[in-house]
Design a protein around this ligand. Sequence first.
Ligand code: AMP
Length: 113
Amino acid sequence: MTETLFKKIIDRKIPADIVYEDDDCLAFRDIHPQAPVHILVVPKKPLPKLVDATDADSTLLGHLLLVAGNIARQEGHEDAFRLVINNGADAGQSVFHLHCHILAGRPFGWPPG
Ligand code: AMP
């Protein structure tokens, strides 16, 4: 399988502005931020898309959400932030290594675009 961009960031083959790391995930600032705070939380396990996760990944998926909330709090935005997971190209996914976007620091409309 071809190594994804995010796997290269996890392996430190390309640089990123890393804000958090543990045994199971890495979080770094998005290179094209869509909000004043835009951070990606990426599991070290290279699942291409959310739908590729199985029951065996339930702890990992829960961990990603907990980490995202902790990072939003660390960034001073615990009262208002948005989490986004794009699943599939037609939903806006461009990097096929599961990741959760944390967006904060501006108002967000609903429904989303
Ligand atoms: P998605 O479109 O949901 O797959 O999100 C991929 C995200 O990765 C986009 O928001 C990109 O701006 C971001 N991105 C692409 N390359 C890099 C990079 N080298 N470092 C940080 N973020 C990146």
